[in-house]
Design a protein around this ligand. Structure first.
Ligand code: URA
Ligand code: SF4
Length: 217
């Protein structure tokens, strides 16, 4: 088809500069699409959380990452800055990633809901549902090789499981919708509250490494 257009259209006097320009777009569609999605999120009023937010927190990191990390909801620092996981829990998460030689910029980090719930309460099911399409589209654009769910809210949203984290971690889950393995970690905010559990995170991180390794990188 391309050959026909490029050969015959100019001969017929038809301008195909629009077509040649189109050729370069396949190299950048994912970034484009994610940026467009971010613009939609910034304007979103699909649930009541828009009323109290200062900034939406879309997520950040590599748009081609093998690893996508999904937390719960933005907290105060995240709401103030528009960036995910930059408060105390975020610093711990960054440290955890570093301990397995992962720079946080090389993964994509986001949350189940993109706006901060007032007083850091848990997001409600209606809010999670309203925000669900954005998360699904982020996953579709980034196409990571593994989804890491931090804590109960993310695990519940993605797996439909209401079990304690201790029963969900160190296992690989598949849900039909995504066709990507999902794994569950303790949330770093929980580790801040229960520092004795910190060594369990090491097992979670090693498990992540085996998953990434077993998929060929
Ligand atoms: N906790 C989360 O779940 N997400 C953030 O972005 C920050 C803290
Ligand atoms: Fe929209 Fe999600 Fe924010 Fe609700 S939490 S207003 S659905 S972006």
């Amino acid at each position: 088809m391309r050959n026909i257009i490029e050969k015959y259209f100019p001969e017929m006097g038809i301008d195909i500069s629009w077509y040649s320009k189109k050729k370069i777009t396949p190299n950048i569609p994912e970034k484009d699409n994610l940026d467009n999605l971010d613009i939609l999120v910034k304007k979103c009023k699909k649930c009541n959380l828009y009323k109290t937010r200062n900034n939406t927190v879309f997520g950040e990191g590599s748009h081609n990452s093998d690893i996508m990390i999904i937390g719960e909801a933005p907290g105060k620092e995240e709401d103030d800055s528009g960036k995910p996981f930059i408060g105390r829990a975020g610093k711990l998460l960054t440290e955890f990633l570093k301990s397995i030689s992962l720079d946080r910029r090389s993964v994509f980090i986001t949350n189940t809901v993109k706006c901060r719930p007032p007083e850091n309460r848990n997001p409600e099911m209606t809010e999670i549902k309203s925000c669900s399409d954005y998360l699904d589209q982020q996953i579709a654009f980034i196409k990571p090789r593994v989804l890491v769910l931090l804590g109960k809210i993310a695990a519940n949203r993605m797996l439909g499981e209401d079990k304690p984290i201790s029963e969900l971690r160190l296992k690989k889950f598949f849900v039909e919708k995504y066709d990507i393995p999902l794994i569950v970690f303790y949330h770093p905010a929980y580790i801040l509250r229960s520092p004795l559990q910190k060594k369990k995170v090491w097992d979670d991180l090693q498990y992540l490494k085996t998953i990434i390794g077993s998929h060929g990188s």
